[in-house]
Design a protein around this ligand. Structure first.
Ligand SMILES: Nc1ncnc2c1ncn2[C@@H]1O[C@H](COP(=O)(O)OP(=O)(O)OP(=O)(O)O)[C@@H](O)[C@H]1O
Ligand SMILES: [Mg+2]
Length: 464
């Protein structure tokens, strides 16, 4: 603005310097004038407010000493005015504004920079991006997630060792400590991770899961740390937030941590130690507040011996290890879990389902390599195959039925269901006859066969 363009009235006899300065001091934007050697010749109150020192303290100081990367210095050097966003390193703030050259006649005498502090807007934008990212993530997960129990109350199990683990898990849930969950496949590691998150102070913030084994090595880094606009070919415009940023204020669940490459292990270690990282293709350091829960079915200690898992990372993660015992070592939980699943499947098939005592016995004998997930699958199979109320041996998948040479035959011909069922049936009939001293009527009743079916089977299996 120049005084020559101003309207004059009787109350405003003239537009003098004093009036102009008063206006400049009362606007929210920063106004900064520097001369050609970057000495600050004018700064308004807004600048002093950002700096936290009186204007008099900055007048006469050189901007290239305070903020060497400032846009104003660039404008002086190149002669081109500039508009847009900038980041002031010395103050750690984001600004938006414009810078243009000042002339006295034809002589360049310096430049003027007018800008606004938009740090809050940038922060809000980050929060918005996080919320958006979390919403997208949850939408994606909703389609694939199993209905997992959410809290310790819903964690089925009565085994004393399991209970001890749960008590420890509930204690650690209240803290911010890193948790490492160890256990075989299907033993309930993810269920436990969720129970910990949902009983922690962070429960209203997201728990973000990363399956370290499922993501290809070259994508894992950008999955975890996100990337900046144009970080690599094929990168989404505007960049993308990584899982660590999505989990900000919440929990990150690093599943299958034993499958992470050594390079990624090194990067992860830094995040765990410093709680900060850079996005792929970015230089700005991003700080996050996260709680880490990691899980694996691998033996990390033997991996350390072999040099495939970093010892320092292991110590970082292993602050509170929680071991989930395999199902075959807590047989007292098998039927408890089975009953829970039966309630669920009864609802699905529309009628009540129970386990026959024989099936219960088979379940106790079987070694459950796939643990709880396998038990769940076996019962789902049985609930579909079985049309009556009671789940019998013949409703189970063939491979879990104990026959002496089952292993061999199973290898030869994996789905010879009829043959396997027939063999099992014959053995059960023989055992029933044995139990009842060849009293056919008693054996028949115990087996739950009708007379016609029973004699049919005796004939078919050549039992006299
Ligand atoms: N205590 C439990 N009560 C009820 N259901 C459970 C329990 N533990 C596990 N499950 C069920 O068993 C299945 C496997 O659990 P989960 O996915 O947590 O196992 P995991 O140890 O993470 O397995 P993996 O190593 O294969 O990833 C899930 O369908 C889950 O709902
Ligand atoms: Mg899992």
């Amino acid at each position: 603005m120049s005084a020559t363009h101003a309207v004059t009235t009787s109350d405003f006899p003239r537009w003098d310097r004093e009036l102009l300065f008063e206006i400049l001091n009362n606007i929210h934007d920063v106004v900064l004038v520097i001369d050609t050697d970057t000495t600050i010749v004018y700064a308004n109150e807004a600048y002093a407010r950002i700096l936290g020192v009186p204007v008099a303290k900055v007048l006469g100081r050189r901007l290239d000493k305070i903020e060497p990367k400032a846009a104003a210095i660039n404008v002086l050097r190149t002669g081109n005015s500039q508009k847009g966003e900038d980041y002031l390193d010395s103050l750690g703030i984001n600004v938006i504004g414009s810078v243009f050259l000042l002339y006295n006649g034809k002589k360049k005498i310096g430049c003027i920079s007018i800008f606004k502090n938009i740090t809050e807007v940038v922060e809000l934008n980050r929060e918005l991006q996080q919320t958006k990212g979390v919403a997208d993530y949850l939408k994606e997960q909703l389609e694939q997630w199993e209905q997992l129990p959410l809290s310790f109350k819903e964690y089925v199990g009565q085994n004393s060792q399991l209970k001890e683990t749960l008590v420890l898990a509930a204690k650690v849930a209240r803290t911010n400590s890193t948790v490492l969950i160890l256990g075989e496949s299907g033993v309930g590691k993810e269920v436990l991770a969720r129970a910990i998150h949902y009983s922690s102070r962070r429960k209203d913030m997201p728990m973000i899961k990363v399956n370290c084994a499922a993501i290809p090595e070259n994508l894992l880094e950008s999955e975890l740390f996100g990337y900046e606009d144009g970080a690599f070919t094929g990168a989404k415009k505007g960049g993308k937030l990584g899982k660590f940023e999505l989990a900000h204020s919440g929990t990150i669940f690093l599943d299958e941590i034993g499958d992470m490459s050594l390079t990624m292990q090194a990067k992860l270690l830094r995040v765990l130690q410093e709680k900060e990282f850079e996005r792929v293709g970015g230089t700005k350091t991003v700080k996050v507040d996260i709680r880490v829960i990691a899980a694996t079915n691998r033996d990390l200690e033997s991996m350390i011996e072999k040099g495939t898992f970093r010892r320092d990372l292991y110590y970082r993660l292993n602050i509170v290890p929680l071991n989930l015992t395999p199902l075959r070592e807590r047989k007292d939980d098998i039927l408890v879990l089975a009953k829970t699943f039966l309630v669920q499947f009864s609802r699905e098939v529309g009628h009540e389902l129970t386990l026959s005592s024989q099936v219960a016995r088979v379940f106790q004998e079987y070694n459950w390599p796939g643990n709880i997930r396998e038990l769940q699958n076996v019962l789902e199979h049985a609930s579909i195959v079985c049309s009556s109320m009671s789940i019998e041996i013949q409703h189970l998948p063939a491979y879990i039925i104990p026959t002496n040479d089952n292993q061999v035959r199973f290898k030869d011909k994996p789905y010879a269901v009829k043959e396997i069922v027939a063999r099992v049936e014959k053995e059960l009939i023989l055992s029933a006859l044995d139990t009842y001293n060849n009293n056919r009527t008693k054996a028949m009743k115990a087996l739950g066969f009708s007379r016609r079916v029973f004699y049919d089977k005796l004939h078919r299996y050549g039992i006299e």
